[in-house]
Write a protein that binds this ligand. Structure first.
Ligand code: GTR
Length: 339
């Protein structure tokens, strides 16, 4: 928590971020927090649905405590990439953090379950699975790692985009250099299609596409659009291979400094921010689609069956425990045809 400064931080170099992280952490560790505004990081721009949802959570907290609690979100990756900010969060330098599941995959194996390609058949299936007990179990698995999982947010479905040409079959991906987030699972996923996986933080993707360091990447409509990747990668092929959600976490150090009542308030405000986020998300997807298509990007539908065949072969490799397999079975049992 910090004192109430609403001035946005300037964009930071890596070393300045590290210093900032250290300073924030020392403030937390020394117990010298001056106010009651939770700091939160997000890699996306200020108008992105995840940023606005966490701001809504702050507004709910503020309203319910007469301004005693609130949230200040630092958007646009100002505080660093997701891997770095997660580390800062675990040692209490940040109170909240909205990240994708990808950087958590190497920290907690249960998070890999919801990041398996072609696991969810639809957004409804993903929501149905994660809104209940299954989602709660995955969120709770973060606690031993110093993180309190508060809620999942939508992240739509991820598809491949590139600078070379439309992808219609896995063979089209052979030899393409494709950026992935830093997660073994994502690396394996892209390699299973015969492409070269290049792990890299999100904020380096635009430049790397423009300079030809990579040929493409994969992401949802809003990230493809808001990161301006579509200006360089002119082919978007709707493989829809992943519906892995976003997750909002609180530092366990911050959490343990809260009263039981405030913990309950934070959980409830997070829960309430989810339907708000989904509303924003659905609208943002449509807006981003319109921007990308009117900019002349070639968008093609894909027969996903051969992609699913190639990509689900790697599930076994990442399902090492009976707990993971149990969650997968329960998720599959919630498919519309299975009920
Ligand atoms: C976005 C997600 C970000 C980040 C990004 C990425 O869809 O919202 O949190 O994980 O993808 O590919 O790095």
């Amino acid at each position: 928590m910090t004192s109430e400064s609403s001035a946005p931080l300037p964009s930071l170099s890596f070393s300045r971020r590290a210093v900032l992280g250290g300073a924030l952490a020392m403030t937390a560790a020394c117990g010298t927090r001056l106010g009651s505004v939770f700091t939160s990081a997000d890699t996306h721009v200020g108008t992105y649905p995840t940023v606005r949802a966490v701001e809504r959570l702050g507004a709910i907290l503020s309203e319910r405590t007469n301004g005693r609690l609130g949230v200040k979100v630092y958007p646009g990756g100002q505080l660093g990439n997701e891997r770095d900010t997660l580390e800062i969060t675990t040692f209490g330098g940040l109170d909240l953090n909205r990240v994708n599941l990808a950087p958590l995959n190497s920290i907690e194996p249960l998070t890999r379950v919801a990041a398996l390609p072609f696991l969810f058949e639809s957004t409804e299936h993903m929501r149905r699975s994660l809104d209940g007990e299954i989602g709660n179990e995955i969120l709770a698995s973060l606690e031993p790692h110093g993180l309190i999982g508060l809620c999942f947010y939508d992240s739509g479905s991820r598809s491949f985009y590139n600078t070379r040409g439309p992808i219609t079959k896995p063979e089209d991906m052979r030899g393409l250099k494709l950026r992935v987030p830093g997660s073994d699972l994502y690396i394996a996923m892209v390699q299973s299609l015969g492409a070269d996986a290049v792990p890299m933080p999100l904020d380096e993707v635009y430049q790397s596409l423009a300079q030809g360091v990579i040929d493409g990447a994969e992401n949802n409509w809003p990230s493809f659009e808001s990161g301006k990747h579509f200006e360089v990668a002119r082919y978007y092929s709707l493989t829809g291979h992943l519906l892995a959600p976003e997750v909002l976490v609180m530092s366990k150090i911050t959490w343990e400094g809260l009263s039981k009542d405030d913990q309950a308030l934070v959980r409830d405000a997070a829960r309430q921010s989810v339907p708000y986020m989904r509303e924003l998300w659905d609208a943002q997807v449509e807006k981003s689609k319109a921007i990308v298509t009117s900019a002349g990007v070639a968008v093609n539908e894909v027969d996903t069956a051969p992609f699913a065949d190639a990509m689900t072969g790697m599930w076994e490799e990442f399902l090492e425990t009976s707990r993971q397999r149990d969650l997968v079975e329960r998720i599959l049992a919630l498919k519309s045809g299975a009920r």
